[in-house]
Design a protein around this ligand. Sequence first.
Ligand SMILES: *Cc1c(COP(=O)(O)O)cnc(C)c1O
Length: 396
Amino acid sequence: MEPHDLDWNIDTLAIRSGHQRTHEQEHSEPIFPTSSFVYGSAAEAARKFAGDEPGNIYSRFTNPSVRTFEQRLAALEGGERCVATSSGMAAILCTALALLKAGDEIVASRSLFGSTVSLFDKYLGKFGITTRYVELSNLEAWEAAVTPATRLLFAETPSNPLSEIVDIAALAELAHRHDALLAIDNCFLTPVLQRPLDHGADLVIHSATKYLDGQGRAIGGAVVGRDKHLEEVFGVVRTCGPCLSPFNAWIFTKGLETLALRMKAHAANALTLAAWLDAHPAVVKVHYSGLASHPHHELAKRQQRGFGAVLGLEVQGGREGAWSVIDATRMLSITGNLGDVKTTITHPATTTHGRLSDDQKAIAGITEGLIRIAVGLEDLDDIRDDLARGLDALAG
Ligand SMILES: *Cc1c(COP(=O)(O)O)cnc(C)c1O
């Protein structure tokens, strides 16, 4: 980060930080599609390989397009350093490989992204790292699950799709009291609406695939935090190879330029839609922390600068009711993805959470009548009309 970047506000950082112009004096950030870099002499090559002189060697290690994205995201999250990865899952894997060893334990919220649970249980488990799951917002449950072997607390807040929230500052205090680190998956809110490091978290994880790109074009991820931790994460990425491609890094850099604008518009659309759904006779319940009736509304107001754009709604008629509302839409995209300008609609019980047992679904609050909507940036009247067709029919 350039020294002057520190004075800028987040909307400006999103547009201007991280880009050092080349001698071509380009205005817009360039793409560097090169696998390796050349040197003026054998001596210069030797100095760069030895680490005595900064500079690029090979794009698995560093690449200027990737660095621009990393510096911009670090600035937005208020972190010392960012390391980009080939996907959000690679960001979580590399964080675990960098900071944990056999015998260490993770305590995690049980409402995590499905692949994160598989990574922790099936793959990290093979190498002697065990994970315990607790209810996201229940701090006593976190405290009770921590043992002397716990090295990492991992949470997604708000949760998907019920918008439950944990007090990040309290969880960070708990982690540090037990000599553990706190990682927050900040995919759903992005630094525009929540900056976990400001509340004491040690690491922020991103799937750039979601709102950072915002237009559904590329897969990527990132980890942000302190230099000493990120140097370890960088070592894993550089050695094991899940690096971000320069093309995708460029997409994310350009995506960040409109992030503040998009997140505010996403959240405004979602808040209005949630209130409308809440009043609809076919809707049993709306899960959205922006509604005053949500159990974590006050905490959300304190900790976040907006409520995000993912909401859950329970409709009458169980699975049949939910499917009829989804199938009556003509514009909304029926897909498991989120974080896109296009509004997406999902039936979690049979898709994103379909592999959970009935008991696990009950604990996670994934009912058959639950629909998840990730509200996009289409005109709100059109989103409402598309949902009204199925909902009105269901209400009879
Ligand atoms: C999508 C997602 C991930 C994984 O990211 P990929 O880019 O798909 O690997 C992790 N956490 C959350 C909350 C996500 O939504």
